[in-house]
Design a protein around this ligand. Sequence first.
Ligand SMILES: CC(C)(COP(=O)(O)OP(=O)(O)OC[C@H]1O[C@@H](n2cnc3c(N)ncnc32)[C@H](O)[C@@H]1OP(=O)(O)O)[C@@H](O)C(=O)NCCC(=O)NCCS
Length: 165
Amino acid sequence: MSAVRADAAPALRPLRESDLDAVMAIENRAYPFPWTRGIFRDCLQAGYPAWLLLEGDAVSGYAIISLAVGEVHVLNICVAPERQGRGLGRFLLRALLKHARDRKAERVFLEVRPSNPGAKALYESEGFNEIGRRPRYYPARDGREDAIVMAMELVDGEVERMPPL
Ligand SMILES: CC(C)(COP(=O)(O)OP(=O)(O)OC[C@H]1O[C@@H](n2cnc3c(N)ncnc32)[C@H](O)[C@@H]1OP(=O)(O)O)[C@@H](O)C(=O)NCCC(=O)NCCS
């Protein structure tokens, strides 16, 4: 495993199928219940916006969203375990929120496990609110775990629709 370099600025480029070896190597270490390669492939073939996060040559993370009728759903946002806690998750999240705003999306949704308070804190700090729960949504070691559903209104769109004073 390469040493973590802090000198290369993080950069994003579109995620491609040829990146999936590197993505799976992170996915399998970052999640107790990782996505399969087939799920990533299906997302790419469906044309979902997806990014690879690079620091120099090193793959540090990735994110995938779906975007339809003004609504964005964050499907996967992940930073390599040895590179977490350095602002990269926030960098990824802000990049996909900008993508959503640029495409005039009005609302962003995501699900997070109650057992993932770090991710929930990140989403709250960027303006997401808990709007509900999906009972027993995720597989878990002891059976199933609820999903916390979070949402954020992209207020720029609301402001644009207001009539002039
Ligand atoms: C969730 C994840 C993307 C965050 O990425 P990261 O690069 O570690 O996060 P950042 O360094 O950008 O931290 C941003 C904020 O997240 C919160 N946070 C991140 N890790 C945390 C932890 N272990 N405990 C508490 N808060 C945490 C903090 O609010 C932090 O802000 P601060 O540094 O100003 O306190 C990353 O931990 C990850 O990939 N986890 C595994 C996959 C995953 O769970 N994805 C989310 C699925 S919903």
